[in-house]
Design a protein around this ligand. Structure first.
Ligand SMILES: NC(=O)C1=CN([C@@H]2O[C@H](COP(=O)(O)OP(=O)(O)OC[C@H]3O[C@@H](n4cnc5c(N)ncnc54)[C@H](OP(=O)(O)O)[C@@H]3O)[C@@H](O)[C@H]2O)C=CC1
Ligand SMILES: O=C/C=C/c1ccc(O)c(O)c1
Ligand SMILES: [Zn+2]
Ligand SMILES: [Zn+2]
Length: 360
């Protein structure tokens, strides 16, 4: 962290300035620590495909300068007087949202990610009128409700991808009653979210089929991640042989794609859970869902409770994410490599080890 005066702390982050998405050092101030705020010095931050969508304005709502990053692990350096859950020195995590109304039905049901007044950890405006900025920065200040403790037994860089990718697959499996051992699941798109999908579903005792756009990841999916089967989506014979075989598919593809080939893989009552952020309409003909009473649904990250649960689930099951740790000055190359599907399977930036204050 940089200079501290009576009210504000100056920090350095890496921000996109426009829809080229190129990140460069950017200095800004954090809000004064409020009674329920936790100030954390960022140690690690994962790179999610959503960060690409956001810095490149894929959804048409990006505001700049934008410091992305929502898989944030840091060390608590200060807490407000009403913070009970955390103290200086704790290793903590922050994910996709940092605020909610606390009064609506989703908030009262502790699924605050579905609050219509949620505040995103970046590319949003906080209650004080300041833009929110994410985890590719030396520090963040976050309301304690949106901070989780990283349990003992998880390395901080390992924990980072669980804060978005991990909880994003855990939440729908839990919510839709898909934690039963013996289920047959499909993971469409073997990237950051998808590889956690394979690991979490395998740990729940599922038979897991990876459905990928190429054959390139076959050996690693089967040998390293423990998948049971592997389909190349463009191989009509393989797809036909697997028809009517899956209880669910977690669809993580981040671009427009046909749904019918995947609906055909589902058994009666099977569920296609859409995860990818795609700003174009997707289509299918109605008999594809009627004949077999199939469901097309979606899911958005997970609740704060589920975030704590997935962290402990990974400790209990001995699950790790597969990551490539890079320094902050590699972030633009990492974004480019992620965009061209060249990472196994999540980049995690070693923010704390990158001396980013010196770059400002
Ligand atoms: N709903 C939610 O709460 C969340 C949504 N997301 C969204 O999920 C999506 C995936 O995120 P993430 O896992 O980080 O992304 P990654 O880029 O890491 O993985 C996506 C995978 O999808 C496949 N893929 C990529 N491009 C295409 C394409 N054009 N056509 C077909 N397949 C493709 C690739 O797998 P393969 O090589 O196997 O084909 C790739 O590895 C993004 O849109 C992201 O914004 C992310 C987190 C939470
Ligand atoms: O990576 C997490 C965010 C997912 C997300 C889902 C839906 C949406 O409209 C977004 O902007 C992001
Ligand atoms: Zn994400
Ligand atoms: Zn609410």
């Amino acid at each position: 962290m940089g200079s501290v005066d009576a009210s504000e702390t100056t920090v350095t982050g890496w921000a996109a300035r426009d829809a080229t998405g190129h990140l460069s050092p950017y200095t800004y101030t954090l809000r004064k620590t409020g009674p329920e705020d936790v100030v954390l010095k960022v140690k690690y931050c994962g790179i999610c495909h959503t960060d690409i969508h956001q810095v490149k304005n894929d959804l048409g709502a990006s505001k700049y300068p934008m410091v992305p990053g929502h898989e944030v692990v840091g060390e608590v350096v200060e807490v407000g007087p009403e913070v009970s859950k955390f103290r200086a020195g704790d290793v903590v995590g922050v994910g996709v949202i940092v605020g909610c109304c606390r009064d609506c039905r989703p908030c009262k049901a502790n699924v605050e990610q579905y609050c219509n007044k949620k505040i995103w950890s970046y590319n949003d405006v906080y209650t004080d009128g300041k833009p929110t900025q994410g985890g590719f920065a030396s520090a963040m200040v976050v309301d304690q409700k949106f901070v989780v403790k990283i349990p003992a037994g998880l390395a901080p860089e390992q924990a980072a991808p669980l804060l978005c990718a991990g909880v994003t697959v855990y939440s729908p499996l839990k919510h839709f009653g898909l934690m039963t051992p013996g289920l047959r699941g499909g993971i469409l798109g073997l990237g950051g979210v998808g590889h956690m999908g394979v690991k979490v579903a395998k740990s729940m005792g599922h038979h897991v089929t990876v459905i990928s756009s190429s054959n390139k990841k076959r050996a690693e999916a089967m040998d390293d991640l423990g998948a049971d089967a592997y389909l190349v989506s463009s191989d009509a014979d393989q797809m036909a042989a697997a028809a009517d075989s899956l209880d669910y598919i977690i669809d993580t593809v981040p671009a427009k794609h046909p749904l019918e080939p995947y609906l055909a893989l589902l058994k009666m009552d099977g569920k296609l859970v859409l995860m990818g952020v795609i700003a174009e309409p997707l289509s299918f003909v109605s008999p594809m869902v009627m004949l077999g009473r199939k469901t097309i649904t979606g899911s958005f990250i997970g609740s704060m409770d589920e975030t704590e649960e997935v962290l402990q689930f990974c400790v209990d099951k001995g699950l790790t994410s597969q990551i490539e740790v890079v320094k902050m000055d590699y972030v633009n190359q990492a974004f480019e490599r992620l965009e061209r599907n060249d990472v196994r399977y999540r980049f995690v930036v070693d923010v704390g080890g990158s001396n980013i204050e010196d770059a400002a």
